[in-house]
Design a protein around this ligand. Sequence first.
Ligand SMILES: [Zn+2]
Length: 66
Amino acid sequence: MYWVHHYQHRISHLSYLKSGENFPACTKCGERVRFELAPEPTAADHISLDLDFSIDGRRSNPSKAG
Ligand SMILES: [Zn+2]
């Protein structure tokens, strides 16, 4: 579980990454995003589910299915 510190465009938030998983670059602030190990385990969504980190091959697409 990591705190994700963005550069100006967004306040810090928690996200989950698997151990050994590379830290993705933010789609908005890129490499300026910082990851800090959260001191306590907390419930949070996986980083790939975050809108700013579309590392799952999912890009924002105007055509929505379903
Ligand atoms: Zn960002």
